[in-house]
Design a protein around this ligand. Structure first.
Ligand SMILES: Nc1ncnc2c1ncn2[C@@H]1O[C@H](COP(=O)(O)OP(=O)(O)OP(=O)(O)O)[C@@H](O)[C@H]1O
Ligand SMILES: [Mg+2]
Length: 279
């Protein structure tokens, strides 16, 4: 696993499944888990937030908070849950050579508390960019100050400013996450890309889940979809650490599962666990 901090890395492999609500993360995490087990890999499945006593309590707090939680508090609650999950479950599993499949990891924070909040003018991450940029740079991301990047603003300066704010929010959220994980970066992040309308239709089809979606609104879901696309673009440009791949999640579950498995096996092909499994 790529490692930004000073702690020694394990032999295992960390794969994160990401994407907007209803994209099929949990469906694909289960399929991938089964497919890898069938090939002889030892797999540990985790979900965020959750997995530890603190994580499950944070999950309950976020889902059932008696009063609204501000975006900054939300950001740090997620990070606290992530710190515990990483320390208590993920790192030991990786040290034992296992494959860890995470149903959401820190890209979710970058997109929901970073990009989507910035898109809606409630960026909780505007301050303190300088020190965070250093954290990102140490992890192999670019970490350059947004102003220094400049670049052609294709016509609309307001749109360019908005994009820059979204990029900065994503990068700041990743830097904070790296502090929470002690520099742990997934070997592979698979983004399940699905238009907001299609995701909403999937969630609406589930009894009891429509409310949650309606509560957030369709504009929010669209901002999340765009946020994931921007996250992947930044990773491809070398501005974020780790490998990020985008898959078209509009396809049938079994087709999508074949693509997810292909990517996972490609990454595992370079890991010792794969060699052991094939012996
Ligand atoms: N490829 C697919 N095509 C059509 N429907 C799908 C597909 N994958 C999952 N579904 C259905 O869509 C719904 C949402 O799937 P799932 O729970 O896996 O998404 P999720 O990304 O984990 O959502 P959440 O973010 O809410 O946890 C489920 O009813 C599931 O059966
Ligand atoms: Mg899910």
């Amino acid at each position: 696993m790529p490692e930004a901090g000073a702690e020694p890395g394990g032999r295992g492999t960390l794969i994160a499944l990401e994407g907007p609500d209803g994209a099929g993360k949990t469906t694909q995490a289960r399929r991938l888990e089964a497919a890898l087990r069938a090939r002889g890999f030892e797999v540990v499945a985790v979900r965020e937030p959750g997995g530890t006593a603190l994580g499950e309590r944070v999950r309950a707090l976020l889902l059932e908070a008696p009063e609204p939680i501000g975006p900054r508090a939300e950001l740090f609650l997620f990070q606290a849950a992530r710190a515990e999950l990483t320390e208590r479950l993920i790192r030991p599993a990786l040290a034992a050579g296992r494959v860890v499949i995470a149903d959401r990891f820190y890209a979710s924070t970058a997109v929901y508390q970073g990009a989507a909040c910035a898109r809606h003018g409630m960026e909780p991450l505007a301050a303190g960019w300088g020190p965070l940029a250093a954290v990102l740079a140490a992890a192999g991301g670019a970490g350059a100050a947004p102003a220094a990047r400049g670049g052609a603003s294709h016509g609309d300066p307001a749109a360019a400013d908005r994009r820059a704010a979204i990029d900065r929010a994503i990068e700041a959220a990743v830097a904070l996450s790296l502090l929470a994980t002690g520099g742990l970066v997934p070997d592979l992040t698979v983004v399940l890309d699905l238009e907001a309308e299609a995701a909403a239709a999937r969630l609406g089809g589930e009894r009891g889940r429509g409310d949650r979606f309606e509560g957030r609104g369709r504009a929010w879901l669209a901002a999340v979809v765009e946020g994931y696309r921007r996250y992947a673009a930044l990773a491809r440009a070398g501005r974020l650490p780790g490998r990020v791949e985008v898959l078209d999640a509009a396809r049938a579950p079994e087709q999508l599962a074949a693509s997810v498995l292909e990517l996972a096996l490609e990454v595992l092909g370079r890991a010792p666990a794969a060699a052991e499994a094939e012996r």
